[in-house]
Write a protein that binds this ligand. Structure first.
Ligand code: ADP
Ligand code: MG
Length: 636
C-alpha cells in the first residue's frame, strides 16, 4: 500500500496549542486515557470474539519507554482498527470532539480540569500534550484485514503508511516533546500508571528499553482483580487487611470494613474501611478513591459520600457516576443522591449488624468510631434515624450502654424523678464520690467526652426520634434534687454561716467590687449552699449550672479558654462527719483549725469536680500535711 495524506476536516488549527496550554498541569493523564482506550479495545474484542465463537486471548497492555529514541509506546491486543476506522474514530470523530471542546472553552472562558477531557472525546488527543508526533499502528481482528499506520505531527495534517504489524491490536507510539522528557523514565511511567491504573482489569507491563537483558523482564504494575470486584463470600478478613495494608501502608490495621455491591438501580462496587483515627491528623483529606470500571478517576468523592463518611478510606467503583460533568450538576443528579443514600444505609446496616452479632467487638472499636458516628448522626438525619439506638456510652460501672438501655436501667423508685433525664459526667473529671452516691441508689451516670458530646447530647435533646425524649443533666447539677434530703436544722444554718465567713468573707461589709474580686480569687466560687443528703458522708461538692457548664465547654472547644469564671456554688453537706466535727471545733473556739478544714473541704470539692491544676497541687499537698499534723496533735 502506498502512503496517503489526509487533512482533518474540521477547522481546528488552534486545537493543539489549546490542549497543551489548558491541560498542561494535568498532562500525566495521557497515560490514563491511552491505557483506558486499550482496555476498552480488549473488552470489545472479547465481546465480539464471544459472539463469533472465536478464541479470546488474555488481554495484555504493554507500555514501553525508550529514552534513547525518546518514545513511549502503548500496545494492546484489543480489537484493532482498519485504516477506515482509524480515520473515522481517531482522525475525524475525535477531532470533532476536540473542536466542540475548544468552542465551549472559548465561549465560557473557563479552565477545564482533567475531567473535561473524556467528556469531549479528547481522550486520545491528550497524547499531543506530551508529544510532537504520534503514530497509531493497528491490525483489526476482522478476518482479512491489513495493518495500517497513521502518523500525525501535531498539526491538522496526517498521513497513512504501510505497516508490518502482524498481531491483532493497536500500538500507539508517542514521540515525546522537549517539555515532557520527564516521562522518558520507566519509573515515572510506572508510578503514573500506578496512580491511575492500579486496578485496571487487564495486566499492564512496563518495559524499559534501557534495562539490561536479565532485568528487562517487564513487571505487571496493576492488580487486575481489585478486592471490591470480588464476591465478598469468597474473601477472608486477611484479604481485606492485606488490601488495606497495600493501599495505606502508613496505617495500622483497619477497625472494620464494609463491602458495597449493588447492581440495581445503579451499579456500584466498593470497599470502605474504618481506619484507626489519628487524632493529631486532620480529617479533611479524602481517602476514598473513585473509579469508573477500575480506572481511577478522582480523589474527590464529595457529593457521592456525605462529608462525615469521608473519614473512611477505600474505593468506590461505579460506571453510573457522571464523572465528566461539572460539580454543580452532580449535586442535583438523581443517581448521585441514590448512590449517596445507598452508601449511608449500607454503612449504618453494617454497624448495626456488628452491634447485634458481636457487641464485644463493637465496644472495642467504639472509641475509634464514635466521633464519626456521632458526627454522622448530627449531620445526616437518615443516618441519625438508623444509628441513634446504637450510640453507646460508658456508665458508672464502666459498661457500655445505649440510651435506651440506660433509661431501662433506672430503678423503679426513681422513674418519675428521672423521667427523660440522662445523668452524665465528663470524662476525666473525678467526681467519684457523687457517682458512688448515685450508684448506691442504683442510678448510673454516663461518661461524656468533651469534644463531640456537647454537640451530640444537644442534638439528641433537640431532635426527637420516636417517643424517647432525653435531657442530659450532669451529676453535680442534679444530685441534690435527686437524692433524698434531710430537713435543714439550725445547726446546718450555722455551718453555712461559718463556711461562708471563712471561704467568702463577711459579705455585709464588702462592696460589690470587692465581692467580685473575691469571687475571682476563689475561682468563681460565689455561693455556698447547704444540702443535707441522706446517708451521705461526702462533705462538699461544686455545683455548676448545667447551661453555663455547656456554654463554657463549647467556648473551650473553640479555643476560648474561659475568659470569665463560671459561677460555681459550693454545696456543703452538713450531715457529713467532717463538717459536723468542724462545727464542734468552732464551738470549742479552735477557729484556726476550722479554717484549715474549710479550705481542705473546698480543695476536696475542687478535686472531685475538676481535679487539681498542676500548679495547685503542691499547695494542696502542703496544706493537707499541715492539717493532718494538727489533727494528729489534737488526738494525742
Ligand atoms: P473515547 O475513548 O471516549 O471514545 P478517545 O478519543 O479516547 O475517545 O478515542 C476515540 C476512539 O478511538 C475510541 O472510541 C475508539 O473507537 C478508538 N480507539 C482509540 N484507541 C483505541 C485502541 N487502542 N484500540 C482500538 N480503538 C481505539
Ligand atoms: Mg478514551
Amino acid at each position: 500500500m502506498t502512503s496517503r495524506k489526509g487533512t482533518i476536516s474540521v477547522n481546528t488549527n488552534d486545537i493543539f496549542p489549546i490542549i497543551k496550554k489548558w491541560l498542561y498541569s494535568e498532562h500525566d493523564i495521557f497515560l490514563r486515557e491511552l491505557v483506558a482506550n486499550a482496555t476498552d479495545a480488549i473488552t470489545k474484542r472479547a465481546t465480539l470474539a464471544r459472539t463469533q465463537n472465536q478464541e479470546i486471548p488474555t488481554g495484555k497492555i504493554t507500555v514501553s519507554v525508550d529514552k534513547a529514541a525518546k518514545t513511549i509506546s502503548i500496545e494492546d491486543n484489543g480489537l484493532g482498527m482498519t485504516e477506515a476506522e482509524v480515520e473515522k474514530y481517531i482522525a475525524q470523530l475525535a477531532f470533532s470532539g476536540a473542536e466542540e471542546f475548544v468552542q465551549k472553552m472559548k465561549s465560557e472562558g473557563n479552565t477545564p480540569g482533567n475531567d473535561i477531557i473524556g467528556k469531549f472525546g479528547l481522550g486520545f488527543y491528550s497524547a499531543f500534550m506530551v508529544s510532537n508526533r504520534v503514530e497509531v499502528e493497528s491490525l483489526s481482528m476482522n478476518a482479512g484485514s491489513t495493518p495500517t499506520k497513521w502518523v500525525c505531527e501535531g498539526e491538522t495534517d496526517y498521513t497513512f503508511e504501510a505497516s508490518t504489524k502482524s498481531d491483532v491490536g493497536t500500538k500507539i507510539t508517542l514521540h515525546i516533546n522537549a517539555e515532557s522528557e520527564e516521562f522518558l523514565n520507566a519509573w515515572k511511567v510506572s508510578s503514573t500508571l500506578k496512580k491511575f491504573c492500579d486496578f485496571m482489569p487487564y495486566e499492564i507491563f512496563v518495559k524499559d528499553a534501557e534495562a539490561k537483558e536479565e532485568s528487562a523482564h517487564p513487571g505487571v504494575i496493576n492488580e487486575t482483580q481489585p478486592i471490591w470486584k470480588k464476591d465478598p463470600s469468597t474473601l477472608k478478613d486477611e484479604d481485606y487487611k492485606e488490601f488495606y495494608r497495600k493501599q495505606f501502608p502508613m496505617d495500622g490495621e483497619p477497625l472494620f470494613w464494609i463491602h458495597l455491591k449493588v447492581d440495581h438501580p445503579f451499579t456500584l462496587d466498593g470497599v470502605l474501611f474504618f481506619p484507626k483515627l489519628n487524632p493529631n491528623k486532620p480529617f479533611n483529606e479524602s481517602n476514598i478513591k473513585l473509579y469508573n470500571k477500575q480506572v481511577f478517576v478522582s480523589n474527590n468523592v464529595k457529593d457521592i459520600v456525605p462529608e462525615f463518611l469521608s473519614l473512611l478510606k477505600g474505593s468506590i467503583d461505579s460506571s453510573d457516576i457522571p464523572l465528566n460533568v461539572s460539580r454543580s450538576s452532580l449535586q442535583g443528579d438523581p443517581n448521585i443522591k441514590k448512590i449517596s443514600n445507598y452508601v449511608i444505609k449500607k454503612v449504618a446496616e453494617s454497624l448495626k449488624k456488628l452491634f447485634n452479632n458481636d457487641r464485644a467487638r463493637y465496644e472495642t472499636i467504639w472509641e475509634d468510631i464514635q466521633l464519626f458516628l456521632k458526627y454522622g448522626a448530627i449531620s445526616d438525619n437518615k443516618f441519625d434515624e438508623m444509628m441513634r439506638d446504637f450510640v453507646i456510652f460508658k456508665n458508672s460501672d464502666n459498661k457500655y450502654v445505649t440510651l435506651k438501655e440506660y433509661t431501662a436501667s433506672i430503678p423503679e423508685a426513681y422513674k418519675t424523678k428521672m423521667e427523660g433525664k440522662v445523668l452524665y459526667f465528663e470524662k476525666g473529671k473525678s467526681d467519684y464520690a457523687l457517682r458512688r452516691e448515685l450508684l448506691s441508689q442504683g442510678l448510673q451516670a454516663l461518661e461524656t467526652e468533651s469534644y463531640i458530646d456537647p454537640h451530640f447530647t444537644q442534638h439528641v435533646e433537640f431532635t426527637k426520634l420516636g417517643d424517647a425524649t432525653y435531657k442530659f443533666v450532669s451529676v453535680d447539677s442534679e444530685i441534690a434534687s435527686l437524692l433524698e434530703q434531710d430537713a435543714t436544722t439550725d445547726s446546718d444554718i450555722k455551718v453555712k454561716d461559718l463556711f461562708t465567713d471563712i471561704l467568702i468573707g463577711k459579705t455585709e461589709n464588702k462592696t460589690e467590687e470587692e465581692e467580685d474580686l473575691d469571687s475571682l480569687n476563689h475561682g468563681g466560687l460565689k455561693d455556698i449552699e447547704i444540702v443535707k443528703i441522706k446517708n451521705s458522708k461526702a462533705p462538699a461538692y461544686f455545683k455548676v449550672d448545667e447551661q453555663m457548664k455547656r456554654m463554657n465547654q463549647m467556648a473551650k472547644n473553640m479555643g476560648n479558654d474561659s475568659m470569665f469564671p463560671v459561677k460555681k456554688t459550693l454545696v456543703i453537706n452538713p450531715g457529713s462527719p467532717l463538717i459536723q466535727n468542724a462545727l464542734k471545733l468552732h464551738e470549742k473556739g479552735n477557729d484556726a483549725l476550722v479554717k484549715k478544714i474549710a479550705h481542705h473541704v473546698e480543695d476536696l470539692a475542687h478535686i472531685s469536680s475538676e481535679g487539681l491544676k498542676h500548679e495547685d497541687r503542691e499547695a494542696f499537698v502542703a496544706r493537707t500535711q499541715e492539717l493532718m499534723q494538727e489533727l494528729t496533735n489534737l488526738a494525742l
